[in-house]
Design a protein around this ligand. Structure first.
Ligand code: C2E
Ligand code: MG
Ligand code: MG
Ligand code: MG
Length: 278
């Protein structure tokens, strides 16, 4: 049997899979160590109001610095998600967010931090308890935390996710739908779930200047947001033209390199000071 495969394409394919699997296993072990050795940190990016130019919200983005530079979150998060390690990673996330918030509050007392949490983690009752305990431990008000979820909440067990999100909401934590418009577009779930904000995916913003489609689709998403009383946030805003167009179509907030790249706690504190105490 093995001989038959030896010269065929199956061998290359199987070898390739082997390589992928062992590379991911290696990364998984490295990540486990990194979490235990406290090597991960959070970078922050402002959500800027397009109405008054102020920043009262930040998004926390996980960073893993290594000797070979930063490993992109998309790479290590998918590896963590494929094992139980994602729970540990998100527990670190919530704890570090609380710690950092105490520093940020010295500059801007009512800052809200949005964190990206993997959907299966949000579904977990244990994680909800962990969030409650950690906020209490650090004396952080639930209103200061927002959770960004992807549209994959749609394909989950609707009853469970609905129950859990309502538990968080009743406790005081708000939800935002990330990368809106790219996922499993069913609009029916929107009014059933306790959502406070939707984020227009960068792909729409990228197309705002090149064709009219990006602008049109963004304004459709903003109408949906307005209808349901959600805030609208544009992600990946890089140019003044995009800012002007977003203001024109009534978008509430924007995030992107145009305003500020994700940066360290120290740098974001300096930025917040500049931005909000001119
Ligand atoms: P996301 O939540 O949609 O975050 C936006 C991504 O766009 C970030 O990439 C950010 O650095 C990048 N970005 C922001 N503004 C601009 C811009 O103007 N131009 C361009 N080209 N990019 C911009 P990042 O930090 O690499 O994160 C990628 C994704 O990884 C995030 O997408 C989020 O889904 C996930 N992620 C990050 N941190 C965490 C975490 O702590 N937990 C979980 N579960 N996921 C996380
Ligand atoms: Mg996000
Ligand atoms: Mg996003
Ligand atoms: Mg994204």
């Amino acid at each position: 049997q093995a001989k038959a495969f030896q010269r065929g394409e199956l061998v290359t394919y199987a070898d390739h899979l082997d390589e992928i699997v062992s590379a991911r296993l290696k990364l998984l072990n490295k990540l486990k160590n990194a979490i235990h050795n406290n090597e991960l940190c959070l970078y922050y990016q402002p959500k800027v109001s397009l109405v008054n130019g102020r920043t009262d919200g930040l998004e926390a983005l996980m960073r893993w610095p290594t000797d070979d530079g930063f490993i992109p979150p998309q790479d290590f998060i998918s590896v963590a998600e494929s094992s139980g390690l994602i729970f540990e990673l998100e527990r670190f996330l919530i704890r570090q967010t609380c710690r950092d918030l105490k520093e940020i509050e010295k500059i801007c007392p009512d800052t809200v931090i949005a964190i990206n949490v993997s959907v299966p983690v949000v579904e977990s009752e244990d994680f909800f308890e962990y969030v409650k305990d950690t906020l209490k431990e650090y004396n952080v008000r639930p209103e200061q935390l927002m959770i960004e979820l992807t549209e994959s909440i749609m394909i989950r067990n609707h009853k469970l996710i609905n129950k859990r999100l309502n538990q968080y909401r009743n406790f005081g934590i708000q939800f935002s739908i990330d990368d809106f418009g790219t996922g499993y577009n069913s609009l029916t779930y929107l009014h059933n779930l306790p959502i406070a904000q939707i984020k227009i995916d960068k792909s729409f913003i990228d197309n705002m200047t090149q064709s009219n489609n990006g602008t049109f689709l963004s304004s459709v998403i903003i109408s949906i947001a307005n209808h349901f009383n959600f805030e609208s946030v544009a992600e990946g805003v890089e140019t003044a033209e995009q800012v002007a167009a977003l203001k024109h179509i009534g978008c509430n907030y924007a995030q992107g390199y145009y305003f500020c790249k994700p940066c360290s706690l120290e740098d974001i504190c300096a930025w917040m000071h500049q931005a909000n105490h001119p």
